[in-house]
Design a protein around this ligand. Structure first.
Ligand code: GLC
Length: 452
């Protein structure tokens, strides 16, 4: 999930076994853990009650948009005084660390969290292990019809629905409209090649230290970026029509990763990009240090926040990501959902649902769009004039959403992701050629698919 500037977020709080170690347990281990998780259900007792007798619902998510979140939680609590009280637990900002922490908690029987504001990529794995409440009857067909199709599909696993889409996400190209103009460029680049040219020439004409920053770290964000390069040249990790068919070892993937590497070789991106996540990108761009930045829509709102940004929103342009030669502009699909944990007792799950339903109402989604530039998952909000006028990134990203590519949907996604993060990062840093990275991945991902 997104990073923000708040200090003191538990960054590596997993405490227990790592994702890789966890996955090394293999199928049997995962099954045993799943049984444990469900057997630990609710700890045998009823809900935890506050002093006022309200049922306590613990909501955990990474602290992006925390100010808006806290405001909405306070409102919900005020409206449900004496009945339900939601308390907020900040989760690690890095999505993989947040995932690891939850795995450890589920493994230990469920922990205290009742509602997770969690990454879209978690649904399949958590659902397959029996850790999420089945919301098919609650988030019913009528309600689902009001939401964008992609995010609803992303919470559907083997025919059942395990979450309610909170916000969706699409990778976007941010640029310094003022600097481009000063250098005589009227439009942002359409291809990666053009981006390299513009980044180089605008940087020379300005005070910006960096031409282009993006997420190149050995992390989930590095996976999304690597896949965007691959997809923008027409390559895919898995065959979109047959997820058992691993297709990553292709000339298109090699072209994509070669282009990513060229960002460093050409000097458009700094060498340190191999350690950059969203947080470092946001820092460079909002400090005025970079001409271009690949990031998610949330960064737009920060441009209006003087404590987070040295530049103003009118210096920020947003455009679709460039395409590869012969390919198309595509964005990695991200976002977050509300998941209710199956390990909470029934009464708490009922109270949790009240909270999830409230947070998913149109009014609350509008607030997230207007104040935190999070992309709504309710279709009607893409026609809401106030949002479109105040948050241009929403209408632009609305278009980008039509060209998004989801990450592989698999109960073993987190394992695939560990491999992709490592290989993409090795290729980006030049320690192995792109050909080797995709051929290693072909074998590694195939093994994961076969074991699954
Ligand atoms: C954003 C996306 C999420 C993705 C993450 C990677 O939070 O919404 O889906 O996994 O970035 O850092």
């Amino acid at each position: 999930m997104h990073r923000d500037e708040r200090p003191g977020t538990p960054e590596s709080g997993a405490g227990g076994i790592s994702r890789r170690d966890f996955l090394k347990l293999g199928g049997a281990g995962v099954a045993a853990v799943a049984t444990l998780g469900v057997a630990g259900c609710g700890g045998g007792g009823g809900p935890v009650r506050t002093e006022s007798g309200a049922i306590e619902v613990v909501f955990s998510t990474s602290p992006s948009a925390q100010a808006v979140l806290e405001k909405l939680i306070d409102r919900f609590n005020a409206e449900h005084e004496g009945e339900i009280e939601v308390s907020f637990r900040p989760a690690p900002t890095d999505t993989a660390n947040a995932f690891d922490l939850l795995l450890t908690q589920f493994q230990a029987g469920g922990g205290e969290i009742d509602v997770i504001g969690g990454d879209v990529i978690w649904a399949a794995q958590f659902a397959a292990n029996g850790w999420l409440a089945d919301l098919t009857d609650r988030f019913d067909e009528g309600m689902r019809g009001e939401f964008l199709e992609g995010p609803v599909e992303a919470v559907t696993y083997e025919g059942a629905v395990y979450g309610v889409p909170w916000f969706t996400d699409a990778g976007m190209l941010y640029y310094r409209s003022d600097l481009l103009e000063e250098s005589g460029f009227e439009n942002p680049p359409q291809t990666w090649e053009e981006l390299i040219e513009m980044a180089t020439s605008v940087r020379e004409n300005s005070d910006a230290n960096f031409g282009f920053v993006f997420q190149g770290a050995n992390s989930e964000s590095g996976v999304v970026n690597g896949l965007e390069y691959i997809n923008s040249f027409g390559g895919y990790a898995l065959d979109p029509n047959d997820p058992n068919n691993v297709t990553i070892d292709s000339p298109e993937s090699v072209e994509g990763l070669s282009m990513e590497r060229r960002m460093i070789e050409s000097g458009a991106a700094p060498d340190a990009i191999v350690t950059y996540t969203e947080e470092e990108c946001q820092g460079s761009f909002l400090n005025g240090n970079a001409v271009f930045c690949r990031n998610w829509p949330y960064m737009y709102a920060l441009g209006a926040d003087e404590s987070a940004s040295n530049i103003t929103q009118d210096q920020i342009g947003v455009a679709p990501l460039p395409r590869g030669e012969g390919g198309e502009s595509v964005s990695g699909l991200g976002g977050a959902n509300y998941y209710i944990t199956a390990t909470s007792d029934q009464e708490t799950q009922d109270a949790a649902w009240e909270f999830v339903r409230y947070m998913s109402e149109s009014v609350q989604q509008r607030t997230f769009a207007l104040e935190a530039s999070l992309l709504p998952t309710r279709s009607a909000l893409y026609e809401d004039q106030e949002i479109l006028d105040a948050v241009p990134v929403v209408s632009l990203a609305g278009e980008a959403l039509e060209r998004t590519v989801p990450r592989p949907v698999s109960p073993y996604y987190s394992d695939m992701s560990v491999n992709m993060a490592e290989q993409f990062n090795a290729s980006l840093s030049g320690s192995i050629p792109p050909e080797e990275a995709v051929s290693n991945l072909q074998e590694e991902i195939q093994n994961i698919v076969d074991q699954g």
